[in-house]
Structures are given as C-alpha cells and as structure tokens.
Design a binder for this molecule. Structure first.
Ligand SMILES: [Zn+2]
Length: 603
C-alpha cells in the first residue's frame, strides 16, 4: 500500500516559476517534437514508417501530463490523436505494438511494458474510459504469450520488467483477477535481479553492458516499491542499499551516478545520460509515494533543481546526452571521446546528440515532478515538494506561493469545505524553521485545518557548506542547490541534415567554447549567499535566482592526458598561482560550462 497517493493533472496546477518552466518546455522541443522529428511525426505507432518501439511512448509519457498541467487544448488534442491511433490499432488478441504478430518472438517487448504505463498516465490525465480495458487486454495478451512460451523476456524488456507493474497495479485495483499476479510472477522470474550485479558496479570498466547501463539502473531503483505488494513480498528498502553501493563507486555531486552510458566510476569528468536523470526522478517520486520516507524526496529535489536544468538549454529546444559536473567545454572530440561508450558529440547541446532516446524521454522530467507537489491519504494532504502550485481536490483548495528552492519561504492560502490534516514536508537541512513567525521544531509540520479559509506561512534558513568529493575535491552546497563557477563561452552553431533528420535553428547542435579561466581552487571556506529572485527564465545564467560569493585562486590544474578540452580528473597542483579573488558561483542548473568540484587550497 502506498503511504501517499498522487493527485492528477486535473487537481494540481503549476504556478510561479514552475509554470514558467513548463511553458518554456511546451514552447520548446517537447511541444513541437511531433511537428519536426521523423521518429515521432512519422512513427509506425501512428501508421508511418519510422521508429515503432520506444520513442512515441517515451514522448507521450511527458507530453501528455505537460498538455494537461498547462490546460493547453491544442496539445491535449494532439496527444489524443496519438492515443486514438494507438488504441485503434490494437488487435483482437490485445497485442498493440506496431510489429506483425508473426514477428513478435524477436520484438523486444520493452515497448509493451512502456506503452502500458503511458496509457495509464493518459487515463490519469484524461479520464478516458476506453483505457482501462485497452490496458487489460494488453496485459492479458502479454500474460498468455509469456505463459505459453511464445515469447520470453530478453534485452531491454528483461532489464526493465518492473516498468509493467505500473499497469499491473492499475489493472489489479480495478479487476482483482489472479492472472495479473501470475503475470507479475513471470516477469519477476524472467526479469533481471540487479542484486546480482553489485560486484560489477564496484569495478566499473566502462564496457557497454545492460547490467551497468545507467538508464536501466535509474529505472530499477523503483522496482521493489512498485512490485512487492502484487508479489506478496515485504518491502525491504533494497533500493537504498543498491543506491548506496552505486553512490560509493560511481556517485556524482548531483545525486546521480556516472554513466556515459554505462557506470564510469567516481569522476567529475565522466557524464550522466539525461534519460537516467528523468528516470531516476520518476523512481524517487514513486519511492517517496510508496514509503513516505523523506530521504527519497530530498534526493529527488537535488536531481530536479540541479541535474535536470543543467543539461537542458534555457529555451528547452536542445539538450545534452550526457552532462559532467566539471564541464569546461562542450566541443566535439577529434579522436577518442572521454566517454566510455558514447560518441564524440554526446555532450553537445542539440536535437539528438549521440542518440535520440533522450530527445523522446526527457519530456517527462518537469511535468511528473510538478505532479508530485501534493500527495494524499485518507483525510490527510501533504505538500511533498515545495514548488509553486495549486491544488483543487475533494473540496480543498490550496494555493502555494513560493520561490523555493531559491527562497526558503512558502505561503499556503487554504479554502476548504471540510476539516483535514495538512502536512508540510520541510527539508531536514532546514534551520530555524518558523510557522507564521513563531519558531518550531520538526521536519513534517502538521496542521489541523478547519473548514473555511486559513493561511500558513512557513519560513526557514539554509546555510552554505562544503561537501567533500572524491579525489580531494569539494563542492559548495546550500540546501538542495549545488553551486558552480560558471565559465564564459561562445557558441558555434551546426545546422545540417543527417539520416533525413533536419537539424536547424532553434533545434540545431551547439558547441560551447570556453572563453574564461576555469582553473581555480577555493582559497577560503568563507562564503556568502545573495538572493536575487527568479527571472522569466528560472534557471538563467545571466539572471541567476541566487548566487554565492566565494574566494578563489588560480592553480595549475592541467588537462586530462590526451585531451585539450577536458580538465584533469585531479588537478596537477594545488599551489596558488594568482592572488585571491572574490567570485560569484551560480546554481549548477544555471551554468552550462562550469567547474563544480574544486580543491580547497592550503594556506
Ligand atoms: Zn537517453
């Protein structure tokens, strides 16, 4: 049983900076992919001749909640067009993927798992009454094919088996039929058990393997939470154990793991694939809802407020395949890239740098995060994510005005037809917490709200600190935000056509070429925070909502051996070679070129 249930896109609406972020997304690539990208526009899912596997479901998984959250009628009708085409192509057997039924033995049924989840997302946004039966028929067909041995899980489907459980839970709730539990058991038995791979994660060799694949791992973290009830197994918080091993051997400052695109060790110059960031966010949203354990919510915040915006351009027309925390340049590699298995352009900002999975999949990041603002159970509502939002559900109306995570202040305007318990999740790093001006204790603030109108003001403080990173480096954090020294850059635009895909402004490729020094260390732990307020572009490099002033000195850092666009993993020297200078660090999510992990210099 979930500790907390989600609200739908009809009940939650984004406000303030979050709404602006979603509008930018709708005006950018997410809201236009079906017009410009052949794999969506001409997909086999809607009768075309292009990709008929994961890309349309991936895109819809984000495009649908984005359309409904913004109440954008044009986008809602375009989403429906895709869903109508998919639903009408379902065979009498229940099979729904664009693959002839005589070829399904060799079709990787990851697509079945994914489309069944996306149809649930569509139902939760639209309430379309056709969907429960469509999903029922997909799962029944999947069950029969797996049970009679017509198909087996292999490749991606074998490593992402748990994704089916979103649809299994949804269907079991409605129909309570035993074959759904049997399907769950078959998937669990044929699917990969990630506990078997832990030793591999401790010695990341950067060879391409499904077992160390960063996106598989990011998705997997939710597997126990989504499957244990239906499998009649106890919840053991296995995800926390697996995450701790991953963090110890491959952790990044932004609460993910290096994976370019398989686990690549503890290094600020290896990358993390964008698909992994959004999938890890979704995993943590479900883990928090299932367990109510605040550590998942706090880890989710770090991903959402740092890693996600960092790897998307400000206009959200372009993205990287991989981001690095010490990213001094985004220029094509001539020769071997620094990445384990990615190509030479994986860190450029573009339409589909390296490979198009992230182009289709990144869309779910912000919309699903926006849907995690409030959750509920019985007669209790929790503000799980302090993001500007409005809730309208079951006779309760709450407007949350806040600029968190840039300002530590949240005002709740409540109008309710009934009495209910309201909880505000305040992060555990918050200090000097105040309710309506009065100091209080605790992290989950509880309020007995009476019917009628009321107002609650929650304020707290966060203190900047240095976090120790591997290889003697340090990062500055304050609350949930990570701060980086931004590197000035010029851009080189690339417009071209490759494999019939047009790359043209604003969805062309961009190289970022550094124009300012990056070879600094911290000369002091003395830092101060300055809050500016959020501009029209929430994660803007030119108008960062908050900055940290720090004292730095240049050092002879050097480049990684055989590269002239990658800084050395470990600085050659930490002897200062310049005078101390006060400089501004900006949020990691605002800095496209940056140094985030620096040495603390000896006096
Ligand atoms: Zn990807």
């Amino acid at each position: 049983m979930n500790k907390w249930d989600f609200y739908t896109a009809k009940e939650i609406k984004p406000k303030g900076w979050l709404k602006r972020q979603l509008e930018i997304q709708a005006e950018g690539l997410s809201g236009n992919l079906d017009k410009i990208w052949p794999d969506i526009r001409d997909s086999a899912w809607i009768g075309g001749d292009k990709e008929g596997w994961e890309r349309v479901p991936y895109w819809l998984d984000g495009f649908i909640p984005l359309a409904y959250l913004l109440e954008n009628e044009d986008m809602v009708s375009r989403a429906k067009k895709y869903i109508d085409a998919i639903v009408s192509s379902q065979k009498d057997s229940g099979w729904i993927c664009p693959c002839d039924e005589d070829k399904i033995k060799t079709y990787d049924t990851w697509a079945v798992q994914l489309i069944s989840k996306v149809l649930v997302v569509y139902y939760e946004c639209s309430g379309d009454e056709r969907i429960p039966l469509v999903v029922y028929d997909i799962l029944k067909n999947y069950y029969e094919l797996l049970k009679n041995g017509s198909i087996e899980l292999f490749s991606w489907g074998k490593f992402r088996w748990f994704e089916t459980f979103i649809a299994i839970q949804f269907t079991y709730k409605r129909y309570k039929e035993d074959w759904l539990k049997e399907l769950a058991k078959i998937l669990r038995e044929q699917g990969a058990d990630y506990n078997d791979f832990v030793e591999m994660w401790k010695r990341p060799v950067n060879h391409w393997k499904l077992e160390t694949h960063i996106v598989n791992i990011a998705m997997m973290l939710k597997s126990e939470a989504v499957s244990c009830d239906i499998l009649d197994k106890p919840y053991t918080d296995n995800a926390d154990y697996l995450r701790s091993v991953l963090d110890q051997y491959n952790g990044t400052v932004y609460e993910s793991f290096t994976g370019d695109e398989c686990l690549s060790g503890l290094s600020a110059i290896q990358g993390t694939e964008l698909c992994a960031i959004v999938e890890q966010m979704y995993s943590y949203e479900l883990l928090y809802a299932y367990t109510g354990d605040r550590k998942w919510a706090e880890r989710l915040e770090v991903l959402a407020f740092n890693a996600l915006p960092a790897t998307l351009s400000e206009d959200m027309w372009t993205h990287q395949y991989v981001q690095m925390s010490n990213q001094i340049s985004c220029q094509k590699f001539h020769g071997n890239p620094i990445f384990g298995t990615n190509a030479t352009e994986a860190h450029l900002f573009g339409l589909e740098p390296n490979y198009g999975c992230c182009t289709a999949n990144f869309n779910q990041g912000w919309p699903k995060f926006a849907l995690s603002a409030f959750m509920h159970n019985d007669n209790t509502i929790i503000n799980s994510m302090m993001i500007p939002s409005e809730l309208h559900a079951d006779g309760v109306h709450i407007i949350l005005e806040t600029e968190y995570p840039f300002k530590n202040r949240a005002k709740y305007k409540i109008a309710s037809d009934k009495d209910f318990t309201f909880i505000v999740r305040v992060p555990s790093f918050a200090e000097n917490v105040k309710i309506n001006g009065n100091t209080c204790e605790g992290s989950d603030l509880r309020f007995d709200v009476k019917s009628g109108e009321s107002e609650i003001l929650v304020e707290f403080e966060t203190v900047p600190y240095f976090e120790k990173r591997p290889h003697g480096l340090n990062a500055v954090k304050c609350g949930t935000l990570i701060f980086s020294l931004p590197i000035q850059y010029t851009t080189k635009m690339h417009e071209y056509v490759r494999d019939c895909v047009i790359h043209k402004y604003p969805y062309c490729d961009y190289e970022l070429i550094p124009q300012s020094a990056w070879n600094y260390g911290f000369s002091s732990e003395d830092v101060s925070v300055i809050t500016n307020g959020v501009s029209d572009i929430p994660f803007s490099a030119n108008n960062p909502p908050v900055v940290i002033k720090a004292k730095l000195q240049q050092i002879d850092w050097g480049y990684e051996e055989r590269y002239d666009t990658v800084c050395a993993k470990i600085p050659i020297s930490t002897e200062p070679i310049s005078d101390e200078k006060q400089m501004e660090l900006i949020p990691y999510g605002c800095a496209k070129l940056r140094i985030t992990e620096l040495p603390l210099l000896k006096k």
